[in-house]
Design a protein around this ligand. Structure first.
Ligand code: ZN
Length: 490
């Protein structure tokens, strides 16, 4: 029998502390027939879904692929429209293979993925296999675990295994469709806001638990073990790390495994490799090494990382780089569509004054920066993402009209849609020869490492302010008590 399978993608995480609502305009949207040419042949979740459908003889229903840089709470209308598109393709399907972020929050729905899966379950019925790949920064809920048959979180940070995890899901789905297995998923959590070193998979507790989970899958003691670090910028009741275990039918042993894993996550909750140095020290290293450097010093600005929902227009690091008169340097990027329009008016090759960034939250990370700039390039923002990180693997992306301008010895990228820096082509497509820069500054957190560590002479991280800065936040919705906001003894 040939099965009809729903596939699709809704991928954004919500920083509920952001004042910028997420609407349909924030999404790179692909509908129906637009999806195969954009994703087939790419090393992405949907790229794997198309290949798996061919292998297993499925007919795919692929109504929606929607990806947005993390931002503030999704409007209710936007959430309902995304649901209408995705679930509109579910009728007549015998199963589903979806890629969901797992930390999207909408007005009216703290747990959007749980809601999507509950609605999908209602359409497909209690026995249809629903397999979902997740970001490991998902805030996984009981509702998600109950309504999905299997939850498969990525196991790398930077996330470079969506393709492999989707293939894992497809094989599981094939076995479930043919009645060989009956996947059921259970979840364990602890009163933790964050932990597992933010999900870093190089060393530490996340590495340990992923390895243990792989061993359990290899031995057949579990169908899937997923370890999620959670996303602490979503102030919701269910925020925080989780372990989900998928078993064949009987879930008692799966629950025991999940609890044991979360005991370990709790014990190691304070472990961190999340270190920074001061901006002054970073600039001193840049000045010291800039003469004769054959590889860049990479300075990563973590407080204003759009990948975590920060605004992406904080100016203090760039201001300090200009004041330090860095030479042969690059900066990616300031999110400021108005500044790009000003650059278009000035024109390529010309000089003019530009008022740059600092518009969303001037009190965090610096207000607008007045610069005398030479406009070097203007593009439509489209480029091919060849890097290893999430939407790479040959996918075309766009950050709207983009500009590169020279301010003193620094080449500055200005973009019209916010995004963290994860792919070398984000710079090279604007004409920045980053391989021969003395210093390259980026707005990212950890994802940059996949593409930028191999080309860097050294990587340093600084917190120059911004919405993602390590300052205290007022949580209102997270369940209490919760560590580290409250003292807890378990
Ligand atoms: Zn993530």
């Amino acid at each position: 029998m040939s099965y009809r399978i729903l596939t699709g993608e809704i991928d954004t995480e919500t920083n509920t502390f952001s004042k910028v609502p997420t609407t349909l305009k924030n999404f790179e949207l692909l509908l129906g027939d637009e999806i195969p040419p954009a994703r087939r042949g790419t090393r992405t979740a949907l790229g794997a879904a198309f290949e798996a459908a061919e292998k297993f003889g499925w007919t795919l229903s692929h109504p929606l692929a929607a990806v947005a840089t993390p931002s503030g709470t999704v409007t209710n209308e936007t959430f309902e429209q995304l649901c209408t598109w995705l679930l509109g393709g579910a009728e007549g399907c015998q199963g589903a293979l979806l890629n969901l972020m797992g930390a999207m929050v909408a007005v009216g729905y703290e747990d959007t993925e749980g809601e999507i899966l509950a609605r999908l379950r209602a359409v497909l019925g209690p026995d249809a296999p629903i397999v979902v790949t997740l970001d490991m920064h998902a805030n996984v809920t009981e509702k998600m675990a109950t309504n999905a048959s299997a939850l498969i979180a990525v196991r790398t940070y930077p996330h470079i295994d969506y393709y492999e995890r989707t293939w894992q899901g497809a094989e599981l789905l094939d076995r479930a469709l043919s009645g060989k297995i009956n996947p059921r998923t259970v979840i364990a959590k602890r009163p933790m806001l964050h932990g597992l070193d933010g999900g870093r998979t190089q060393v530490g507790p996340m590495r340990e638990l992923i390895d243990r989970g792989d061993a359990l899958e290899d031995s057949g003691k579990a169908l899937v073990v997923s370890v999620c670090a959670g996303f602490a910028s979503s102030d919701i009741y269910d925020v925080g790390p989780s372990v989900t275990v998928t078993a064949d039918g009987d879930t008692a042993e799966a629950q025991r495994i999940a609890e044991e894993f979360m005991d370990y996550a709790w014990e190691t909750r304070a472990f961190t490799t999340d270190t920074t140095i001061s901006v002054a020290e970073a600039l001193e290293r840049a000045k010291t090494g800039e003469a004769g450097a054959d590889k860049p010093l990479v300075i990563v600005e973590i407080g204003d990382n759009p990948g975590g929902g920060a605004y992406g227009d904080a100016t203090d690091l760039l201001r300090a780089m200009i004041a330090a008169d860095l030479q042969n340097a690059a900066f990616h990027a300031i999110f400021d569509p108005e500044a790009v329009q000003a650059g278009i008016t000035i024109g390529v090759g010309n000089k003019g004054r530009i008022r740059l960034g600092g518009k969303h939250a001037p009190e965090m990370g610096g207000g607008p920066l007045e610069v005398e700039a030479q406009i070097v390039s203007l593009t439509d923002g489209r480029f091919r993402c060849y890097g290893p990180s999430f939407l790479g693997g040959g996918t075309w992306r766009s950050f709207g009209p983009c500009m590169m301008m020279r301010v003193g010895g620094i080449e500055v990228a200005v973009i019209s849609r916010p995004e963290q820096t994860v792919d070398l082509a984000q710079l090279t497509s604007l004409g920045i020869d980053l391989f021969h820069c003395g210093t390259v500054a980026l707005k990212s957190y950890h994802h940059f490492r996949a593409a930028f560590e191999p080309i860097a002479r050294e990587v340093v991280r600084v917190d120059a302010g911004g919405l993602g800065s390590k300052t205290s936040r007022q949580y209102r919705n997270a369940r209490r008590p919760i560590w580290p906001l409250d003292e807890i003894t378990l």
